[in-house]
Design a protein around this ligand. Sequence first.
Ligand code: GDP
Ligand code: GDP
Length: 434
Amino acid sequence: MIPVIALVGRPNVGKSTLFNRLTQSRDALVANYAGLTRDRKYGEGQAEGRRFMVIDTGGISGEEEGIDSAMAGQSLQAIQEADIVLFILDARAGLTAADEMIARHLRVQNKKTYLVANKIDGVDPDLALAPFYELGLGEIFPITATHGRGVKSMMSDVVAELPVEEVVPAPTNQGIKIAVVGRPNVGKSTLVNRMLGEDRVVVYDQPGTTRDSVYIHYERFEKHYTLIDTAGVRRRKNVSESVEKFSIVKTLQAIDDAHVAILVMDASEGVVDQDLHLMGNVLDAGRGLVIALNKWDGLDDGHKQYVRNELERRLRFVDFAKIHFISALHGTGVGHLYESVEGAYKSATDKFSTNFLTRILQDAVREHQPPMVQGRRIKLRYAHPGGHNPPIVVIHGNQTEAVPSHYARYLEKTFRQVLKLEGTPVRIEFKSSE
Ligand code: GDP
Ligand code: GDP
């Protein structure tokens, strides 16, 4: 699974500046979907050819009572689940009481930690760094997050310490990897149990191969699947035992490793922001997406209509994803999820020729010309496949950096329609030949 780096520090030291630098988003169209709310705290980065996930744990001011409430909830958990912590300090401000409090907390975590002295621009590094050594947390990297100075060399040391992604010796027929994700209490565990407990399902019980989530390999109507169980269903000794239930890190790792994510939502609560954040995470990862509106049982007609309206209004940006109304508790609709999972997987992994993609591009351009920029028309010449899961279409032309997002979206939609893709985002990448 993708390793995790957590950024920790009090407010204003430059965490989000560093986060943006480390996760510099690719030229991905998915970044511009209108209506997509996203949680800018989690991102993917790359250094020295290694992929990693970066988490901005948010500011800790020291004004809160006690470290535990200050670093409450998911932030604290993220630090625990990270492989490496970067503890950011402000070289201009020197060492503060809040820094010392965070340091005390990190010292007992027994976690590989680096000190990062940010804002080193315009200060004397020797003088500025001296007080930080008092923390006794080891090596200090002086950087300027705003300009990137020192960041590359720091990251080359940091990634060298990351655990190597386990290459799971794949049984030949693991089939489609499905991650069942969603916020707490939406019914993930109930759904996982239901999916595994169906008639005709043969579960191959094998010990989990990775640290956290459990991979469950099974067969259904002679097809193989692997379910990535983030809800910890299989780790529970009995039904009533509640395992520490929700982990955003585990969720993101599972999405990253899956072919298709089933996003479970609680219909009795409608659409909430955290559902949309998770959808954004699936889109960012480029994975297939199937939406399950759970707890559809027992809702009255008025509430059902309300939920349908909400979906119509707030889920426009994932209009390619299939929505299922299910009851994990009673099993209603659960079997039909597989049709959409199969469809999304097929779309995500279909192969297309350069000729075909170029023809689609040329037709689209003829139908609707790209705009003029500085008196010259943007020229889009040819397209070729750039990978799958997510499917990537690489478009070559001139002035492609000036393609407006509405036009990119038009192309995305056209490719989706002509290629008959469902349940997966499509990534359009532009390459300029001048
Ligand atoms: P966060 O609250 O820890 O996420 O901090 P931010 O990333 O929002 O940064 C707080 C302020 O410090 C912003 O005004 C940044 O522009 C500024 N800042 C961040 N990094 C640097 C740096 O390397 N040098 C200087 N001079 N300012 C910086
Ligand atoms: P998780 O935290 O997402 O794994 O959620 P659980 O599977 O533990 O379910 C949370 C609660 O919702 C439990 O009390 C379940 O019995 C209940 N629940 C799950 N699925 C359904 C459903 O389809 N209908 C109803 N009415 N309740 C459900």
